[in-house]
Each structure stands twice: as structure tokens, then as C-alpha cells.
Design a protein around this ligand. Sequence first.
Ligand SMILES: *Cc1c(COP(=O)(O)O)cnc(C)c1O
Length: 342
Amino acid sequence: MHRQRSNIDWDKLGFEYMPADCHIQYRWSNGEWDDGKLVTEPYLHLHIAATALHYGQAAFEGLKAFECKDGAVRLFRPAMNVRRLNCTATRVCMPSLPEELFLNAVKRVIQANRDYVPPYGTGGSLYIRPLMFGSGPRIGVQPAAEYVFLILVLPVGPYYKGGLQPVRAIVLDDYDRAAPHGMGSVKVAGNYAASLKPHKDAHDKGFSIELYLDAKEHRYIEEFSTSNFVAITNDKHYVTPESPSILPSVTNNSLQQIAGSMGLTVERRPVLFDEVAEFCEVGACGTAVVVTPVNEIVRGDTTLRVGPPEGCGPVLQELYREVTAIQYGEEPDRYGWLVDVD
Ligand SMILES: *Cc1c(COP(=O)(O)O)cnc(C)c1O
């Protein structure tokens, strides 16, 4: 069922699954990837003993394409995603993807679904979800002999319709997201499974997001379940935790570069939870939202207020403005982040 571009209500889009015309699918066997094909059906014919299903041998990515001010569609830093996907693949013994194959796949699937790219000015974008998993059968625990790499796309709306809305976060000391030498630094499917229950608990208590501390001591800040932690200090430092169990966020990396060129001092280092009291702005950053301001962090009986009670602090607001202006081609692509789709 092909939808005409004019039939999608761009103003009503959120961050929810919606079918597009097709996805692109590649298969790996006998040591190589095939040439890939566009597939209309949003279903897979999958072996019941596929390692992805039983043992979580699966990696995913998330990136966006934007219709820019000049009408061209551009990707935001896709090379970062294929490199990260390959780190994830290596960690769970899956084959890596040539960067060219990845980029080509992303372009092909977008061109085939061009009508789903939200028009410039609606604030939306095309969300791109690459996925790789073990599709071959195993019962003993070992890597599959066959893999699928696919990319699905869907239009998403601006996360914030009426400006950046702050959320409340909670530290749940009964849960950890990732162990020190575990899989926190890669984007495996299971990391999100691990956060479903704590996320539900946080939600039931009235919090939008949960903040994880280091699993060993619960003294250092790691990240939120699906986004990195960033903070701004009084003396204009951009502070973000460094730890081997944090997922390296492309958004965080981009914000750091912009912060640096705005004259902020960028600090990537272990960050004690006790430092929260000194931060004047805190945010959660990731591709889906760019940055969500956090104005309250609760841990046990303690409530820490950060940033203005309403809206977003000025520094995070400016970083948000700058990165989105680059994405939509409203400001020069001075870092060379955009890649043409056509
Ligand atoms: C994907 C992800 C992020 C955000 O990364 P971006 O590249 O900025 O989208 C942050 N934390 C975790 C745990 C993630 O899986």
C-alpha cells in the first residue's frame, strides 16, 4: 500500500512505527554479503532456531535523514553508525559490513521510500533503523553461520512540538544497565531488554527516564537507558561521563564539537553522582530527540533540581538549535556531517 506524500499527516507524527513501502535486506552466508534487495513485505521468513531469537545475537542502529531547506535529502553522520555497528557486530561474533555497502543500502532504501521523508518545515525526519542478526540455526551456544542485515525506515515527527519540555529522572539503585566489562558500549538488542523493567518501574513512579550509575560502586553517573548524560556547569563546561560501559552517542559527539566551537570547555571524564548538585543544566541526548532537558533527578529520598523549572536551559537550547539548523541545511555544514542521498 503506497501512500502518497500528501496523505501523511506530518503534524501528527510522533516516534511510532508506521509502515513504509519497503525495507532493504541483505543476507550473509559462506563468508560474504549478497547484493541486497528491496522487500515490500514487512515480515521475515526466519528459522525457528535462529541465534537472534534464542541467544540475542543481534545489533541495531538508529540515524536520521532530513529534507533540507534546499529540498535535498541528507543523512546525518552515517559513517559513525556503520563503525559503531561493526563494533557491536564484532562483540557478538557477527560479520562486519563494508562501509560502502552500508551507505549504499541506506541510500537505496531512502530513494525507494522518498515519499516518506517529511517535508522541510514540518520538523520531522526519516528515522532509519539498521538491524543485523544471526539468522542461522544453533542450539549449542555459538555464533550462527548465516546473518541478515536489513534497514527499515519510517517518518517521525519532531519530539518537541511546543519547545523543549523538561522531564524528571530517577536513579533506581536496584538495577544496573551494563556491567564494567559487559556490553554497555555496544548497541546489542539485549541492552534494551535489560532496561524494559526498570523503565516501567520508573514510569509507574511518574518519571520519564531512569539514570544508571556505574554497576560496580554506584558512585559514578553512566547514562540514561537510551541516551547519554550531559551537563553544563556554571563556568560553562560541557561535562559528560567517560566509562567503558557507556554507549558512544553520535549526538553527544556532535554536541561536544559544537560546544567546543561555542567556547565551552568539554570534559569527558568519570562524573560522580554527587556532582549533580553543581550542574546548572542537565540533558539526555540521542538521535531520536537530540536533547531532552532534565530538571529533576530523584535518588531515594533526595530530590536534586537542575536547570530552570520550566523549559530548557540556555546552553542546551543553543546546542539543540545549532545541531538541528545544521541537519536541516539552515546553517553551513561546517563540520562536514551531512551526506547527500541522491
Ligand atoms: C543509541 C543509544 C544512545 C544514543 O546514541 P545516538 O548515536 O546519539 O543516537 C545512547 N545510549 C544508549 C544506551 C543507546 O543505545
